[in-house]
Ligand binder design. Structure first.
Ligand SMILES: [Fe+2]
Length: 149
């Protein structure tokens, strides 16, 4: 029973890991392809965000290893597992920004569900990791939303 519950948690963690991986690539797309009057600001912001994604992606993978799970580690797995969809090409500056906000909110929601699952199975350290990630993402949602306003 305990093993089964832990497996469910690890599977859910791998979905969020895949979301970070897809977001990491997608934020590069935005960094390279964004165009418009706010290019310098947005180009730099998306770089900051993909650096954040890289850090959180690795942090989560290492947490999965710490609890004796197996983090997904191939693009094939990430594309199968992720709930965040791959980037479309191009788009207006405001659309690219709105898309980023939408993705960050979706990730927050997934992380919240997984944090709850971790709490339910008594893995407070994993829940704590997710809660930290949620707080940082929520701040980024606020910053991007203020830019769009
Ligand atoms: Fe760059």
């Amino acid at each position: 029973m305990v093993r089964k519950v832990m497996n469910n948690l690890q599977e859910a963690m791998n979905v969020q890991l895949a979301n970070w991986a897809v977001l990491y690539v997608k934020l590069h797309h935005k960094h390279w392809y964004v165009k418009g009057p706010h290019f310098p600001t947005l180009h730099a912001k998306f770089e900051e965000l993909y650096d954040l994604a890289a850090e959180k992606w690795d942090e989560l993978a290492e947490r999965i290893l710490t609890i004796e799970g197996k983090p997904a580690s191939t693009m094939k797995e990430y594309l199968e597992l992720a709930t965040i969809k791959e980037a479309d090409k191009g788009g207006a500056e405001s659309d690219i920004l709105a898309g980023a906000i939408e993705d960050l909110k979706a990730l927050v929601s997934g992380l919240e569900d997984t944090a709850m699952l971790a709490t339910e199975v008594g893995d407070d350290a994993t829940a704590d990791l997710f809660i930290g990630q949620i707080g940082e993402l929520q701040k980024q949602v606020w910053l991007l939303s203020a830019t769009l306003a």
